[in-house]
Write a protein that binds this ligand. Sequence first.
Ligand SMILES: CC(C)(COP(=O)(O)OP(=O)(O)OC[C@H]1O[C@@H](n2cnc3c(N)ncnc32)[C@H](O)[C@@H]1OP(=O)(O)O)[C@@H](O)C(=O)NCCC(=O)NCCS
Length: 151
Amino acid sequence: MNIVYRKIREDDVEGAIALEQASFADPWPRSAFAEIVDKSDADYYLAEDTDTGTLAGGCVVFRILDEGDITNVAVDERYRGQGIATQLLKYAIEQNEALGIEDFTLEVRQSNAAAIRVYEKCGFESAGVRPGFYDHPKEDGLIMWRYKEGR
Ligand SMILES: CC(C)(COP(=O)(O)OP(=O)(O)OC[C@H]1O[C@@H](n2cnc3c(N)ncnc32)[C@H](O)[C@@H]1OP(=O)(O)O)[C@@H](O)C(=O)NCCC(=O)NCCS
């Protein structure tokens, strides 16, 4: 296994859609992935296993002024528990800091202990709850923030 972190290209879109559908109860529609390749205020970052050409993980960052909103964090089941989500997020954060993004936010299901652990390892802290934020099943969302160092 040799994992490389990079931005999505057009020929990765099918893999990103498959990962999304395998990972979430309410996956993004196909059209959203095709659009994100061309957007200037958002990027899809991925982890590729270059030994097999497998798309092992992905995440999206939306940029609004100097804030980054992180969504769609997912790692293929076969690749979980090896630090890939943590490395991918650190990579995505670095890439966006270089573009002037200072603070990052995200929402996560309150029961999603593995994801919360990943976010804490990347410097995120809990900042509140959005009641009933998620469907299928209905669940509260934990809001997390990662502020620029020194703030
Ligand atoms: C959440 C997810 C992205 C994590 O990917 P990953 O590559 O396995 O993450 P990492 O290996 O970087 O880190 C996982 C951490 O969670 C911990 N963990 C795993 N399962 C856990 C559980 N049930 N309870 C608590 N911690 C758990 C691991 O021990 C590890 O922490 P450690 O390094 O301190 O030991 C992956 O499980 C996934 O795709 N889940 C489905 C989609 C999803 O829920 N995405 C998040 C949406 S907000």
